[in-house]
Design a protein. Structure first.
Length: 424
């Protein structure tokens, strides 16, 4: 008999079927055993009148007849006849996976990650994450972008500073990519519009709820722009499509978190960073420290302002100061053509217009005390007519964190890497 997926059982009332899945709950009433069985498509109750040697977490196959039962989860149950244990637990589960909420502290949640991921509410995070990744790729293709995959082992750091991981590459020293920045700019000279979904690595010793040391970045670069507002327009459109898809395709997962997605504006409000600093000081009596562009509390207050003033969960902050942007960002006096996109008070994307003129790039590198050594493959391409261009990098996990109101970004990463965690 061919396996039937649980989501299809409503179409086979009265028929004998074969299902396969994992046991999530067992109740015994005399000689009658009630099993809650899940596969990757849904959940069903199975009733069987046998003395069973089956435990929570076992993988089973079971044959039985489908009957309608409004009291059962999903409105149907299976009257089981033949049950086979496919794979058996040899240890008791360290926690109950059938409870509606998985109330574990973060360390326990991550230490037992292969098991905690089986909980329906944890699975929902990554069902939504899958929708997000698919929507981003589809949206970019609809906008005429070509998908690329760039190297993650590099000969030199792409973002400067000291926040990169060194690796031994045969007899050479290499670094893990902080971003695909150099390569996507090169590829603007090939395809004009490119995007990438890939890992990036930051060697920052953070212990915060918003940082991990490896994450999946949603990158893009587009050529022949007039200014960075052209980049903002495309990103705005893409984000709007992503949230529409999350709302449409992910409702059952959003419902587990009691989340209703607010609409992304057709034009997300834009405010210069210097202006939002003044607004935050005047309106909320908080002064952003002078030694930073904007701090986490400033981002939260900028998000609050966007909600109060524009009824928007999103806001673009623009014209970041020269000292806080990488050497390839187009300067504009003391400011730059750089921006961040905030969602519910957290930066989820950073981007801007890049320098496309060779001489200007070299001059800017000098001002930033960056030497071209090791970057010749990147720098020299600007001798060959790279058009005006710009792009962004967007943190995929941060979107899910903010969407669901998770306490830590690590909950939105399958197997997170932080200062102390290299396993599982």
């Amino acid at each position: 008999m061919e396996r039937l997926l649980i989501k299809e059982i409503s179409k086979h009332e009265g028929e004998k079927v074969l299902i396969k899945g994992r046991v999530f709950n067992i109740r015994k009433l005399g000689n009658i055993v009630f099993l809650v069985v899940r596969d990757y498509t849904g959940v069903v109750q199975v009733v069987i009148s046998k003395d069973l040697e089956v435990n929570n977490g076992d993988s089973i196959s079971i044959e039985g007849v489908i009957k309608k039962d409004e009291r059962a989860k999903g409105g149907y149950e299976i009257k089981g006849e033949n049950l086979e244990i496919i794979a058996k637990n040899i240890e008791d589960l360290p926690f109950d996976l059938e409870k509606d909420d998985i109330n574990l502290n973060l360390n326990t949640l991550l230490d037992y990650r292969p098991l905690s991921l089986r909980h329906p509410k944890v699975q929902a995070i990554f069902r939504l994450y899958g929708i997000l990744l698919n929507s981003y790729s589809e949206s970019m293709r609809e906008e005429g972008f070509t998908e690329i995959k760039t190297p993650k082992i590099l000969g030199s750091a792409s973002e400067g500073g000291a926040n990169f991981f060194k690796v031994n590459y045969f007899e050479k020293e290499a670094v893990l990519a902080q971003s695909p920045q150099f390569y996507k700019q090169i590829m603007v000279g090939v395809f004009e519009r490119v995007f990438e979904v890939g890992s990036v690595f930051r060697a920052e010793p953070h212990f915060t709820t918003r940082h991990v040391n490896e994450y999946i970045s949603l990158d893009a670069e587009v050529g022949y722009i007039k200014d960075f507002y052209d980049v903002i327009k495309i990103l705005n459109k893409v984000v709007k499509k992503i949230f529409e898809d999350l709302n449409k395709e992910g409702k059952e997962y959003l419902d587990l978190y009691n989340v209703q997605i607010s609409e992304v504006p057709d034009q997300i409000p834009c405010i210069k960073l210097s202006e939002i600093r003044k607004i935050i000081k005047d309106k909320y009596d908080y002064e952003i420290p002078e030694n930073t562009d904007i701090d986490p509390k400033g981002e939260v207050l900028a998000g609050q302002y966007a909600k109060e003033e524009f009824n928007s969960d999103f806001i673009f902050l623009t014209h970041y100061p020269f000292e806080y942007r990488p050497f390839y960002t187009m300067p504009l006096g003391e400011e730059t053509c750089g921006f961040d996109l905030l969602y519910k008070g957290l930066e989820i994307a950073t981007g801007g217009q890049r320098i496309n003129d060779y001489n200007q790039l070299i001059d800017n590198m000098k001002k930033k005390n960056v030497t071209p050594e090791g970057m010749e493959f990147y720098v020299n391409v600007f001798k060959y007519a790279i058009p005006p261009h710009g792009g962004w990098g967007m943190g995929s996990e941060r979107i899910i964190k903010q969407l669901l109101g998770l306490e830590s970004i690590k909950e939105a990463v399958l197997f997170p890497r932080d200062v102390k965690r290299l396993i599982p």
